[in-house]
Design a protein around this ligand. Structure first.
Ligand SMILES: C[S@@+](CC[C@H](N)C(=O)[O-])C[C@H]1O[C@@H](n2cnc3c(N)ncnc32)[C@H](O)[C@@H]1O
Length: 310
């Protein structure tokens, strides 16, 4: 039986070309999702030569979808239901030739009502990528203090009406707990002064709560550093981001890892001992083509950054 998992794989060709896949190499897809990138990597590997893929996702439904998507190519793949923050343990000393992270949520997670990610689909508030995690959107919306909520909505949603929204949430939940996505959507919509064309005013608040539920931002920098330390020499890291908060962290971390000696030019010899770990392959991020943006509106904010281990 099919998993019914659908996800348009963003910048698929650009990622696969960027990873420069060798048929005997070891590759890691940290965010397997619907298995689209994993499948294209797996097809290019030769298991008789040692070619191998490790596909990770914290969402068990994504792992099952990837298993199904890989089909006959499963013989060269290892599926791991875990957080990519645990990559070192997952690798157990193996050094990959390429690692991909395609950050954020999958279309499947957003479009499956009962996962509670969408402000368009009615469901109990949830938003956990891993449903075994202890804290869901329900606990955050009903349990966090007003200031804490306002800060999250401001910092992770870049929402200028964060204080009004937090105040409206706290006022409403005095009557009864806020149980569903649509209840939250109505509260947020009622708290902001005007609607922007097209999308719901709740979009930014939902993004913020989702980021808090899944600790999405705090694991990016340590994971990029971890990947750069475990990659084989010459190996490639590819990171796709979907909003400026993610992209900024990736950009600054990669810049830092690409930085060598920081001694003042007047020093005759280097005393800091600092050496670059990565070199950039993309000076500016790659963005989706117009054709891809037409085919998939969720691609339009995506950015792909590539770097090589020195
Ligand atoms: C944008 S989707 C990936 C789509 C995939 N590249 C494809 O082609 O179908 C992101 C996936 O990453 C997973 N994910 C996000 N953060 C994660 C983390 N810290 N550890 C493991 N998986 C994570 C989500 O559960 C989701 O399935």
């Amino acid at each position: 039986m099919g998993t019914g998992f659908s996800h348009y794989s963003v910048m698929l060709k650009e990622c696969i070309d960027g990873l420069e896949i060798k048929k005997d190499g070891l590759y890691v897809d940290c965010t397997a999702g619907g298995g689209g990138h994993s499948l294209e990597i797996a097809k290019r590997l030769d298991p008789s030569l040692g070619g191998h893929l490790i596909a990770i996702d914290r969402d068990i439904e994504a792992i099952e979808a990837t298993r199904e998507r890989l089909g006959e190519y499963i013989d060269r793949a290892e599926l791991v239901n875990d957080n990519f923050a645990n990559l070192r343990e997952i690798l157990g000393g193996r050094e990959p030739d390429g690692v991909l992270i395609d950050l954020g949520v999958s279309s499947h997670q957003i479009d499956t009502a009962e996962r509670g990610f969408s402000y368009n689909l009615d469901s109990r508030l949830d938003m956990r990528m891993n449903r075994a995690d202890p804290v869901s959107a329900y606990e955050i919306v009903n349990g966090y203090g007003e200031e804490q909520l306002a800060n999250i909505i401001y910092n992770y949603g870049e929402e200028r009406f964060s204080r009004r929204i937090a105040s409206a949430i706290v006022k409403k939940r005095l009557e009864k707990p806020i149980e569903t996505t649509l209840e939250l959507e109505r509260i947020v919509s009622g708290a902001v002064p005007h609607k922007e064309n097209g999308s719901s005013p709740a979009k930014r608040t939902f993004q913020a709560i989702r980021i808090e539920v899944n600790h999405e931002l705090e694991i990016i920098e340590p994971t990029v550093r971890l990947i750069s330390s475990v990659l084989k020499k010459g190996g490639v890291i590819a990171v796709i981001t979907f909003h400026s908060l993610e992209d900024r962290i990736v950009k600054l971390t990669v810049n830092d890892l690409c930085t060598g000696c920081t001694c003042p030019p007047s020093f005759p010899v280097c005393v800091c001992g600092r050496k670059p770990v990565l070199e950039k392959i993309t000076k500016k991020p790659i963005i989706p083509s117009d054709k891809e943006n037409e085919e998939n509106k969720r691609s339009h904010s995506a950015k792909l950054r590539l770097a090589r281990k020195l």
